[in-house]
Design a protein around this ligand. Structure first.
Ligand code: NDP
Ligand code: HEM
Length: 496
């Protein structure tokens, strides 16, 4: 017997042989009583859990948030007080591809942060873009269907994507970012992160401020062109994992600076009156000259997970995980997400997903939820299993009550502001691009439109024209080149 640990069944019984099944005679059939074999095969059949419905392919690591500045006048959140250091888990992802997809694909990137604060977990589940394609959660499942596989061809459909985008002009801003250089970062370390939504901060005096969160990469922005990505993917499909895991394994500590934009609660109406944009519209940014970036601190990544499945795959990021001092806003998309994520986690992982080590808060957890799958570490006080009780069970703490939100209005299904200006923010972005960036934008769009029916292309071009005539004209010209190059090749993925 060596000094290595003894192999056992999952119920702890020592195992004599892990190489040979139990058979009737040397060449005879295997016995059903070989419980070791049955356990091993049965376990293997259950090794996969459903992948995330979106953002299935991901890369993550642990790190630390350090608050270097004083933003305490805006928030009482302990995690945001000057000098505080908080452990965190980051998970980056692509949106559309499945778990086996190549990393270097053109797509929006997820940018999720879980801060293990002393008052519970705070999750910021953002993207590498400050805006999104749609502004109403009712549109989200349809949008995602256009990014996933066509039900008949089982291939991605460019037709579906451009059909949807051209019918939802609010997507123009995000489409422009996606098709620009920043739509294909070289690694997760070379991109910014944004909370994207408007959230809120509230302080001890009960004052609320609307807030947007920004994380700027210290590694600089680095992107692949489409052609470079083809080469990269030809050599490796796992380039993000190699880069992030490899950097941290070699002692590197990729870092981001954290900023906020802050809007006093009552200013949201003025912002709307001045700009025509709602402060809660996820397809819009708050211009920096109106709401400058305020530095909060920095975070670095410094430790890889020991087990990818249990720490990265089973991590559960949830926009409704906030802590006292941080709150929501009326942003409809955010409101939809507050329901969607914990619902997804209960289905994908199990009822007590928050009890798994990676999701478990580092602060004390006391609740009265009972039973269900994976109830690890539920506290036992056999008589205090309901609330209120007279037997010493946990009680509420009114000192953490959030100030009330001030809402008014008539309940209705309001159309997305038909008068909304979908064009000036993409225009500001387009006009920031240099000639090279513009030309790559046109080329990327033309490539992405390959095989899309003419009437959809025309509808989308009319939208680009409204952003800037040079935008529409540039894409038209790139499409002419693309048509010459693709002559005779049927690349349509659509089943029209
Ligand atoms: P600013 O000039 O103050 O800010 C421009 C922002 O754009 C910076 O955050 C910069 O990020 C980012 N940016 C720079 N180059 C590119 C690029 N090639 N692709 C994508 N983003 C880039 O102007 P405004 O605040 O008035 O915003 C103008 C436009 O910039 C917006 O309409 C929006 O499209 C885009 N933008 C605005 C942001 C905001 O929160 N206001 C955030 C990100 C983009 P960095 O400093 O990291 O390079
Ligand atoms: C993942 C729903 C919009 C960023 C997910 C998941 C669901 C979901 C169900 C899978 C969760 C899981 O299984 O763990 C929605 C809905 C949206 C929406 C209903 C709109 C109403 C957004 C927006 C952003 C975003 C606007 C970014 C600003 C992410 C990220 C992940 C994710 C980063 C991966 C989280 C991780 O790393 O585990 N989304 N989403 N989503 N979503 Fe969304």
């Amino acid at each position: 017997m060596s000094d290595r640990p003894r192999l056992t069944t999952s119920s702890g019984a020592p195992i004599a042989s892990n190489q040979n099944s139990k058979t009737v005679g040397r060449d005879g059939p295997v016995l059903l009583e070989d419980y070791q074999l049955i356990e091993k095969l049965a376990h293997q059949n259950r090794e996969r859990i459903p992948e995330r419905i979106v953002h299935a392919k991901g890369w993550g690591a642990y790190g630390t948030l350090r608050v270097t500045e004083d933003v305490s006048k805006y928030t009482r959140a302990k995690v945001l007080q000057p000098g505080t250091e908080t452990p965190l888990l980051a998970r980056f992802s692509t949106v559309a591809g499945e778990q086996g997809a190549a990393d270097a694909e053109r797509d929006v990137r997820g940018f999720s942060l879980k801060f293990y604060t002393e008052e519970g977990n705070w999750d910021l589940v953002g993207n590498n873009t400050p805006v999104f394609f749609v502004a109403d959660p009712l549109k989200f499942p349809d949008f995602i269907h256009t990014q996933k596989r066509h039900p008949k061809t089982n291939m991605r459909s460019a037709t579906a994507m451009w059909d949807f985008w051209s019918l939802c002009p609010e997507s123009l801003h995000q489409v422009t970012i996606l098709m620009s250089d920043r739509g294909l970062p070289q690694t997760p370390m070379h991109m910014n992160g944004y909370g994207s939504h408007t959230f809120s901060l509230w302080n001890d005096a009960g004052e609320r401020y609307w807030v947007k969160f920004h994380f700027k990469t210290r590694q600089g922005h680095k992107h692949f062109t489409n052609d470079e990505a083809v080469e990269v993917i030809g050599k490796s499909r796992e380039t993000y994992q190699e880069a992030l895991f490899g950097t941290i394994e070699a002692g590197g500590t990729p870092a981001w600076d954290m900023f906020i934009q802050v809007m006093p609660e009552m200013e949201a109406k003025d912002f709307q009156a001045k700009t025509g944009w709602s402060a809660f519209d996820l397809t819009k940014v708050w211009p920096h000259d109106m709401y400058p970036l305020i530095k909060v601190g920095e975070f670095e990544l410094n430790r890889n997970a020991e087990n990818y499945f249990s720490e990265i795959e089973q991590s559960a990021f949830n926009p409704s995980n906030v802590v006292p001092g941080i709150g929501f806003s009326p942003d409809k998309m955010l409101q939809g997400r507050l329901f969607s994520y914990p619902d997804a986690h209960r289905y994908r992982i199990g009822t007590h997903y928050d009890s798994l080590p990676v999701n478990k808060p580092k602060s004390e957890v006391n609740h009265y939820h009972r039973d269900g799958t994976m109830p690890f570490g539920l506290k036992t006080n056999p008589d205090a299993y309901y609330e209120p009780n007279s037997f010493g069970g946990p009680v509420e703490d009114p000192s953490v009550a959030e100030p009330p939100h001030r809402y008014e209005g008539e309940v209705d299904r309001y159309e997305y502001r038909s008068e909304a200006d979908h064009f000036s923010q993409p225009r500001a972005l387009f006009q920031m691009f240099d000639e090279g960036e513009k030309s790559r934008l046109f080329g990327n769009i033309a490539t992405a439109m390959t095989g899309v029916p003419e009437f959809i292309v025309e509808r989308q071009l009319a939208l680009f024209d409204q952003v800037d005539p040079a935008y529409g004209a540039g894409v038209r010209e790139a499409l002419t080149h693309a048509k010459t190059e693709n002559a005779g090749v049927d690349t349509s993925h659509a089943a029209e």
